[in-house]
Design a protein. Structure first.
Length: 101
């Protein structure tokens, strides 16, 4: 990077002339930006099913609010019991599922 006497950077970004590719005969090969693209795009029919599932998931709650409220009140009252065996079994089950997939 160079800085001129006015404090501006010089030569940091290439000019369009430097970017243009030329044939051996001197003709510019830069693509015409005004030309319409010629590529075709095909959307997989399963995309509509994915969209429908994601919309359904957005309308359903991601947790059971009643269960959360009952656990919250059990914790507040001091009657919530933690079962370490169930927690360990759940972690082992989750790990097995992750490793199998």
């Amino acid at each position: 990077m160079k800085i001129d006497n006015a404090g501006n950077t010089v030569g940091l970004y290439p000019t369009p002339a430097k970017l243009a590719k030329r044939n051996s005969d001197g003709v510019n090969n830069t693509p015409d930006v005004n030309r319409a693209p010629t590529e075709n795009v095909a959307i997989n029919p399963l995309a509509s099913q994915i969209n429908a599932v994601s919309q359904q998931m957005g309308t359903e709650p991601s947790f059971d609010a009643a269960k959360v409220e009952s656990i919250k009140s059990a914790i507040a009252s001091g009657s919530f019991q933690i079962n370490p065996d169930n927690i360990a079994d759940g972690l082992i089950s989750s790990t097995k599922e992750l490793l199998a997939g």
